[in-house]
Design a protein around this ligand. Structure first.
Ligand SMILES: Nc1ncnc2c1ncn2[C@@H]1O[C@H](COP(=O)(O)OP(=O)(O)OP(=O)(O)O)[C@@H](O)[C@H]1O
Ligand SMILES: [Mg+2]
Length: 781
C-alpha cells in the first residue's frame, strides 16, 4: 500500500479547502477544536481537512466525508469564546483511507493524491481563458487590491494551482468545489471552473448595471462621502460604533500606550488613517489590520538584561548537562567576552553532532544561564526564501517570515534564537534561503533586516543565534564561515550511564510522578538498556525508553501491584519486550582478504568489513570489481589502494596473481563514501594476495595515497567508540590523528590499544603480523 499517514481530522461543513489556498475558519465543535489544538501542538502543525457531504451531520463518519480532501498547515490560531479562529493553508490533495473516532479527537488515515498533470492545447487555451475571465470580473467589481492575474499565473508553476486560487476567490458552492477537488484531470477541473466564472461574470455585469443607474447623478467620491455621512449619523443616533470602527479605535489606543521608534510610529499613523476610511469588507482592511498588529507586537526596543555572572552560568550548564567539559568551557569563554564588551554582537554558534547528543538542550541551557528568552525553529526542508524573509503584503495570505514570527513570540529583541538543521536547508526556484540566512546572520547587515511583510527595517543584531547541524558537509561555505563551530560527538556507554543516572532517569521518574525510592534502576540494568535496547550516538532513545519504563512502573504502583520496583536486567523483557539489538560483536575469524574498517555516519560510528576475493584467471569479467554502493571517492580510494599493493608485490613478498579481484563492502544497501576506508581496502588486498589473514581484534581507518602514505581522517571519536562497542581491542589510526585521542574519556583510552601509521606498511605490520616478519626484511622506502 502506498504510504499513509495519520493526521488530526477537521471536517468542514460548508466549504472546501484547496491545496495552496489559505482559508480562515471558525471552529466550534468540541471534537474539531480538540483536533485543531492537537495539530497546532505538533511540530509541523498539520491537519487533514475533508468536506462533509451533508453539513447537518455533527459527528461525521467515513461515509459522510468527501473522498478527497486537503492536507493543511495551521498558520495561525486564536481562541475565541467557546471556539477558535484559525487560518489554515492547503498543502496537498489527499485521499481518505480510514477514520479513528475513538480517541479524544478524530484522526484520519490519509494517502497523498497528487494532482493530475495532463497538458495539451485545450488545457493551455482554457488556462488563458480563465485568466481573462478573472481579470474581467475584477474590473467589474472594482475592489482593492487589484491582482494581476496574468502575472500571478506566470509565478505559479502548476496550472492546477491557478484553478484552486481562482476557485477560492470566487467562493464556489461546496458541491461544486468538491467536484473541482475530485476532478481526475486538469482539463475537467478547468472546464468546471470555466462554467462558474462565466456565470459569475454575468452576475457581476448585471450588478454593475444596477449600480450605474443608482449613481448616475453623482460621481463616486460624492456618493461615498454621502453614504459615510449617513452612516455616521445613524451610528451617532444609535449611540454605537460599528464593530470595525470600534476595532480601529482600539488599535489606536494600543498604539498610544506603547513606545515606538519614530519611523514605525509614522507608518502606523499612516495605516491607521487608511484603516479609518476603508470599508471593513474590503480585503485591504484585514491586510492593513494584520500589519498594524504586527507593528504593535514586535519587540522594537524591549530587551532582557543578560545575567553575565560566569560562576552562576557554570552552575546552570552543569545542572543541565553531564560532561561536555570542553564545550561548556568554550561557551563560558563566549559569555566572558560578552561580559567584557557588552557592545559587541553576540557570537553566532553552530553546534554540530549526531542526533540526541544535547545540541538543542544546550541551547536552552545557555538561554537559562544568560536569562534570555528562548525561541527556535527548524530550517530543515525549508526551500522558500519567503519563509525566512516574509511575503509582500500584496501576496494573498502574506505572512511575516519565521525570524520575525519568532521575535514576535519572544516579546524581546534579544532572545536566544536557535535555528535547527541548518545542514538540511534547501534551495530551488523559489529563491535561495541560504542567502537570506546569510543576511540574517551577518552582524554588518542584520541591524537593518528587512522582512518583506513588515517592510520596515528591524534590528536583529541583539539576537543570540545558535544553529545546529548533524554534519557540516552540506552547509554552504559562506554560512559556515560566519559561525563559530562547536562539535559535539557521541557518548560512550559509560558516559551514557552517567547521563542516565544523573539526568534522564531523574527527569523521567519525576514526569511519571514517582518518588526516587519507588523506581530504582541499578547500573547493570541501565547498561543493559543502553546496549541491548538502544543503538545511537546520543541519548534520545535511551531517554524515551526510560520514560516508558517509568510509566509502566507507575501503572503497577497505581494499581496496587507493588509499592516500589527495583529493575534487574532480567526484568527488562517483560517491560520492554525482547532485546532490540544484540551487541554488535566483531567477526570471530577473518579469512584472508577480509579487513575490519571503521565508518563515520551522521548518526555515529560503525564497524565495517572490506571483503576481497580473487577471481579465476579464466574469468573475463571486470578485472577490478567494486560493490556495496560505494560512492565515487570511496571507489577511487579503492583503486589507489589496489594500485599501490599491486605495484609493491615484490617489496611485500607477494606472488603476483593473474586473476581479477572483487571487493565488496557489506551492508550493500547502505550507501558509503569518503576516503577513510583506503587503508582498510589496502589491507584487505594485501591479505588476499599474500594469503595471510588480518588480525580479528584490530580495526583501522585512514586515507591512502598512491605512494602509500597514510593521511588523517575525521570522526575519530565516533569510530573508536564503535570499535570498542564491537569488542575490538586495537585501532590503527593515521599518525596525525593521534591528537584526537584526547577527546576520549580516560576509561576508553585505557581500554583500547592505539597504533599510529605514517605509511601503509606501518598498518600492514600491525594488522597482518605474519606479513610483518617479511616486511622487516625489506628496507624502508
Ligand atoms: N550530556 C548530557 N547530559 C544530560 N542530558 C543530556 C546530555 N546530552 C543529551 N541530553 C538529553 O538528551 C535529550 C536529547 O537531546 P537534544 O534534543 O538536545 O538533542 P539534539 O542534539 O538537539 O538532537 P537532534 O540533532 O536530533 O536535534 C535531551 O533531553 C537532553 O537533555
Ligand atoms: Mg535538536
Amino acid at each position: 500500500m502506498a504510504d499513509t499517514i495519520t493526521l488530526p481530522l477537521l471536517p468542514l461543513k460548508n466549504s472546501v479547502l484547496f491545496p495552496f489556498a489559505l482559508m480562515p475558519l471558525a471552529v466550534g465543535r468540541p471534537q474539531s477544536l480538540a483536533a485543531l489544538e492537537a495539530a497546532s501542538k505538533g511540530e509541523e502543525k498539520l491537519i487533514a481537512t475533508f468536506t462533509q457531504r451533508n453539513p447537518e451531520v455533527d459527528d461525521p463518519q467515513l461515509a459522510d466525508l468527501s473522498h478527497f480532501g486537503t492536507k493543511a498547515v495551521i498558520r495561525r490560531m486564536a481562541r475565541a469564546d467557546g471556539g477558535a479562529q484559525a487560518l489554515v493553508q492547503g498543502l496537498e490533495r489527499i485521499e481518505l483511507v480510514g477514520l479513528d473516532l475513538s480517541a479524544a479527537y478524530p484522526t484520519a488515515t490519509v494517502r497523498s493524491a497528487p494532482l493530475p498533470t495532463d497538458t495539451g492545447p485545450e488545457v493551455e487555451a482554457l488556462q488563458r481563458e480563465l485568466i481573462e475571465l478573472a481579470a474581467g470580473i475584477q474590473d467589474l467589481i472594482q475592489g482593492e487590491p487589484r491582482i494581476d492575474f496574468a502575472e500571478l499565473a506566470g509565478q505559479l508553476d502548476d496550472p492546477g494551482q491557478m484553478v484552486y486560487l481562482l476557485a477560492s476567490m470566487v467562493g464556489l458552492e461546496p458541491a461544486k468545489a468538491m467536484a473541482l477537488l475530485e476532478a481526475p484531470t486538469r482539463l475537467e477541473a478547468m472546464r468546471l471552473l470555466h462554467e462558474e466564472l462565466v456565470r459569475e461574470k454575468q452576475v457581476a455585469e448585471v450588478r454593475q448595471k444596477i449600480n450605474k443607474q443608482a449613481s448616475s447623478e453623482m460621481n463616486k467620491e460624492q456618493r461615498e462621502y454621502l453614504l459615510r455621512q449617513q452612516l455616521r449619523a445613524i451610528n451617532e443616533e444609535l449611540g454605537e460604533k460599528s464593530p470595525e470602527q470600534a476595532e480601529v479605535v482600539q488599535l489606536r489606543q494600543r498604539f498610544d500606550e506603547i513606545k515606538l521608534p519614530e519611523d514605525v510610529r509614522k507608518e502606523a499613523e499612516r495605516e491607521l488613517k487608511r484603516l479609518e476610511s476603508t470599508p471593513a469588507a474590503a480585503p485591504d482592511f484585514q491586510v492593513t489590520r494584520g500589519h498594524l498588529e504586527l507593528l504593535l507586537e514586535l519587540p522594537w526596543s524591549e530587551m532582557t538584561t543578560d545575567n553575565l555572572d560566569l560562576t552562576a552560568a557554570r552552575v546552570v550548564l552543569d545542572e543541565d548537562h553531564y560532561g561536555l567539559t570542553d564545550i561548556k568551557e568554550r561557551i563560558l569563554e563566549h559569555l566572558a567576552v560578552m561580559k567584557l564588551n557588552p557592545e559587541a554582537n553576540a557570537p553566532i554558534l553552530c553546534f554540530v553532532g549526531p542526533p540526541g547528543v544535547g545540541k538543542t538542550s544546550l541551547g536552552q541551557s545557555i538561554s537559562r544561564a544568560l536569562g534570555r528568552k528562548f525561541e527556535r525553529f527548524s530550517l530543515g526542508g525549508l526551500h522558500d526564501e519567503a519563509e525566512l524573509r516574509g511575503h509582500r503584503r500584496t501576496y494573498v495570505g502574506a505572512m511575516p517570515g519565521r525570524v520575525l514570527q519568532a521575535l514576535r513570540r519572544a516579546h524581546v529583541k534579544n532572545p536566544l534564537l536557535m535555528l535547527d538543521e541548518i545542514d538540511k536547508l534547501g534551495s530551488d526556484y523559489r529563491g535561495d534561503p541560504a542567502s537570506a540566512l546569510l543576511e540574517i546572520l551577518d552582524p554588518a547587515q542584520n541591524s537593518t533586516f528587512r522582512d518583506n511583510y513588515l517592510d520596515l527595517p528591524f534590528d536583529l543584531s541583539k539576537v543570540f543565534f545558535i544553529t545546529t547541524a548533524n554534519t557540516i558537509d552540506t552547509i554552504p561555505r559562506p554560512l559556515l564561515d560566519r559561525m563559530e563551530l562547536i562539535r559535539l560527538s557521541g557518548y560512550s556507554d559509560e558516559e551514557k550511564l552517567e547521563i542516565a543516572k544523573r539526568y534522564l532517569l531523574t527527569r523521567r521518574r519525576k514526569d511519571a510522578g514517582l518518588a526516587p525510592e519507588q523506581l530504582v534502576i541499578p547500573d547493570a540494568t541501565l547498561l543493559a538498556i543502553i546496549r541491548r535496547y538502544t543503538r545511537e550516538s546520543g541519548v534520545r532513545e535511551l531517554e524515551r525508553t526510560l520514560g516508558r519504563l517509568a510509566r509502566k512502573v507507575a501503572l503497577r504502583i497505581a494499581q496496587g501491584d507493588a509499592s516500589h520496583v527495583t529493575l534487574l536486567p532480567t526484568d527488562l523483557k517483560p517491560f520492554l519486550g525482547s532485546e532490540r539489538f544484540f551487541q554488535e560483536s566483531a567477526r570471530k575469524t577473518l579469512p584472508a582478504g577480509v579487513a575490519t574498517g571503521l565508518a563515520w555516519t551522521e548518526t555515529g560510528g560503525d564497524v565495517l568489513y572490506v571483503e576481497a576475493v580473487l577471481l579465476p584467471e579464466n574469468d573475463h569479467g571486470e578485472r577490478f570489481m567494486l560493490t556495496g554502493q560505494l560512492g565515487r571517492v570511496m571507489q577511487e580510494s579503492a583503486k589507489a589502494a589496489r594500485s599501490y599493493i599491486v605495484s609493491h608485490f615484490a617489496a611485500l613478498g607477494i606472488e603476483p596473481s593473474m586473476g581479477g579481484v572483487h571487493v565488496h563492502v557489506p551492508a550493500g544497501a547502505i550507501p558509503k563514501d569518503g576516503p577513510s576506508a583506503g587503508v582498510t581496502m589496502a589491507t584487505a588486498l594485501a591479505s588476499l594476495y599474500s594469503g595471510l589473514p588480518v588480525r580479528n581484534d584490530t580495526a583501522m581507518t585512514g586515507e591512502i595515497t598512491l605512494t602509500g602514505m597514510v593521511l588523517p581522517v575525521g570522526g575519530i571519536k565516533e569510530k573508536v567508540l564503535a570499535a570498542r562497542r564491537a569488542g575490538l581491542k586495537c585501532v590503527i589510526l593515521p599518525r596525525e590523528n593521534a591528537r584526537d585521542i584526547g577527546e576520549l574519556t580516560e576509561e576508553v583510552q585505557q581500554s583500547m590499544r592505539f597504533e599510529y601509521a605514517e605509511r601503509i606498511e606501518d598498518v600492514l605490520a600491525v594488522a597482518i603480523p605474519q606479513l610483518a616478519e617479511r616486511l622487516a626484511a625489506v628496507p624502508a622506502q
